[in-house]
Design a protein around this ligand. Sequence first.
Ligand code: 13P
Length: 343
Amino acid sequence: MFERELATTAAAMVAPGKGILAIDESGGTIKKRFDSIGVESTVENRRAYRDLLITANGLSQFISGMILYDETIRQAARDGTPFAQVLKKNGILAGIKVDTGAKSLAGAPGEQVTEGLDGLRERLAEYKKMGAMFAKWRAVITIGKDIPSDYCITANAHALARYAALCQEAGMVPIVEPEVLMDGNHTLERCFDVTEITLQTLFHELHRQRVRIEHSILKASMVISGKDCPQQASVQQVAEATIRCLRRTVPAALPGIVFLSGGQSDEHATAHLNAMNAAGAALPWPLSFSYGRALQAPALKAWKGQAANVAAAQQALFHRSKCNSAACFGRYQPEMEKEVLAA
Ligand code: 13P
């Protein structure tokens, strides 16, 4: 069922030069973001902020889809048009985060498993009716002393596959996101090993649970040095290690891979993606972006909760989207960063 619709949606999500904007922060996370600019996290402030991101002009050249949060997909633009419809009108696919967050994994200190499978079939049907074309589920893998455990990786892969199968049944493309966190002092090599086993386990589980790889999108974390590792890998090293790891683990049938930014600076996230695409390697899948922080950070800073700053914030979002679109072709140049200041 939905074979053609799923294939069309998946292809559109990773169309050449386009990526996904993640604006699906949960209540706790958006409060943290608002705290950083001194804005109170009220329902209306969250609506106004998402409004400026969703209604920004011209974004569809660079952005194929936006991932919304449950509260946001139920909200509307100032003129009363539901956000999902605004996106559709602008040629952008609406997506929805459907997991209910990472919780402590019983018997595994320091590790987490993502919840949200209960009632998921019914929730997906409702989101579909509201216009969502794809969904997202994020699993969290922490690197530390003696972790991640095989138990944690397997439990998360199992949940991701159950979610993905339900999405395809509902006619929505699943973004499967096993995020290996940057937190810690681990090396690039350690991140490589953990990412490799995580992806291998995930694709094994997707296969076992009859998820069609052709109708799924992987949201991957890059193979990168831990934030506190004294030896920080170069942009080139990150690009090479990430590609090597993906080649080993990701089936060629997958329509595309999008990266999360995971706490990298916005310019770093763009440079890494660019280096991967500039390498000119013949890869079986397009490599694009699905950034949250790395696309939103300059817009959030420009906005400061003031209606008068909406245009400047939209301009900042447009610029970051343009830089990342260029990175999809390996054509990003650091000089592009000056454009927004000149404008
Ligand atoms: P970041 O790019 O800020 O990591 O967010 C992407 C995302 O959707 C995480 O689930």
